[in-house]
Write a new protein. Structure first.
Length: 182
């Protein structure tokens, strides 16, 4: 009898979870080391790649990051705002519309960036090389070059197609580069 009751309870929980709309999927964001602009390799300078396994270095000394945001399938775009993690000053915002649908309940928005901790330079966001209309089209794996005074945090805002804000995720932290000189 106990087994039947347990099975019934588990079935009821399963039915309840299955009835939650896919857009209710919790948002998750992360950053990880990624390829150079040509898309050929992950530069070997970060904490997770040889020879950059020095725990005193940044997570990614070269500054090439892939930012990912998990969302429900009804999300049309994501605005990512970059924030200086020391001064909390806003560096700027980019809009991400490319998404990969994993299944009926999950889409992943992703963008590859180059982040430079450029002490003394004005914070900025610019299209990278082949993505700015001035390149030869051979180095388009990285979309934006972002400069800031310190490491960065980022916030993602998820939007429906009608422009309604669904939710805000973040700030996400942990995208670290080493300050110059290296």
């Amino acid at each position: 009898m106990k087994r039947i009751t347990l099975v019934m309870v588990l079935l009821m929980v399963g039915v309840m979870l299955a009835s939650i709309p896919a857009v209710m999927a919790p948002g998750v964001g992360n950053c990880k080391e990624t390829v150079n602009p040509h898309g050929e390799n992950i530069p070997p300078a970060g904490l997770t790649t040889e020879p950059g396994t020095n725990p005193n270095s940044g997570i990614n000394d070269d500054g090439f990051f892939e930012l990912n945001v998990n969302a429900g399938p009804s999300i049309a775009w994501v605005n990512i705002t970059f924030i200086d993690n020391v001064t909390q000053a806003e560096i700027g915002t980019i809009t991400v519309t490319n998404k990969t649908v994993i299944d009926t309940g999950l889409s992943i928005f992703d963008i590859k960036i180059k982040y430079t901790e450029a002490n003394g330079a004005a914070p900025s966001i610019k299209a990278m090389g082949s993505n700015n209309g001035n390149g030869n089209g051979q180095a388009d794996a990285v979309a934006y070059h972002i400069k800031g005074q310190n490491d960065f945090d980022w916030v993602a805002e998820l939007y429906f197609a009608d422009g309604t804000l669904y939710s805000t995720i973040g700030p996400m932290t942990g995208c670290l580069v080493s300050p110059p000189p290296r």
